[in-house]
Design a binder for this molecule. Structure first.
Ligand code: NI
Length: 204
């Protein structure tokens, strides 16, 4: 092909992309009646109801006065989750108490079968007294995971028993504003100092 054909090819590819409906699933948006697809990024966050590590029922509104650092995982996770929770704790320590007091770090369990409020209390307590651990019914956890665009699934070990399983899950930390709106995410493996620096820029 020559250079002149390139814009035509791009147009055809885009038209196919949209026509095949790949566009709508890729961008997570709905097709509007006239057939056009708004290029809208997925909305992160929204209403939820869960049970915290003191067995209290909590909703998203209970967290609206502060920034939220929210991570989804499970207690029996071999190492990924504890690393993520330590990163958040360390970042808050680096920020110092004045700034850290404006942020609630939250660990949401994706393992409703094993992670009880009592076991979450013990788990988060190991890392930082600031952490709120949350769990819920299968339905409650599915709803909050969907709102935050978090993937999770039970992964049975071959030869394992019903009690002995892993959970596959997204390992992203989200920073939400006091208005409940998404600000940014932090990838797994980020250095705590880097996380603290980014948060400092946002909180001023
Ligand atoms: Ni994990």
């Amino acid at each position: 092909m020559n250079k002149k054909d390139t814009p035509t090819l791009i147009f055809v590819a885009l038209a196919l992309f949209v026509a095949l409906g790949i566009g709508s699933s890729f961008f997570g948006s709905e097709k509007v009646p006239d057939g056009t697809v708004p290029l809208k990024p997925p909305v992160i966050g929204g209403p939820f109801e869960l049970v915290d590590h003191t067995s209290r029922t909590v909703t998203d509104k209970d967290f609206h006065s502060k920034y939220l650092l929210i991570y989804f995982g499970y207690i029996y996770c071999p190492d990924v989750c504890s690393t993520a929770v330590i990163t958040i704790s360390d970042a808050l320590d680096i920020l110092g108490p004045d700034m850290a007091n404006k942020i609630t770090p939250v660990f949401v369990s994706v393992d409703h079968e094993r992670d009880t409020p009592e076991s979450l209390r013990e788990y988060v307590g190991q890392f930082s007294p600031r952490f709120v651990g949350m769990t819920g019914t299968k339905k409650q956890i599915s709803q909050v995971a969907k709102a935050y665009n978090v993937y999770f699934a039970k992964s049975e070990e071959p030869g394992g028993n019903a009690e002995n399983y892993f959970m596959d899950h997204s390992a992203i930390t989200y920073l939400m504003g006091p208005d409940g709106k998404f600000i940014r995410h932090f990838p797994y493996g980020i250095d705590p100092k880097n996380m603290a620096d980014q948060i400092k820029k946002i909180l001023g």
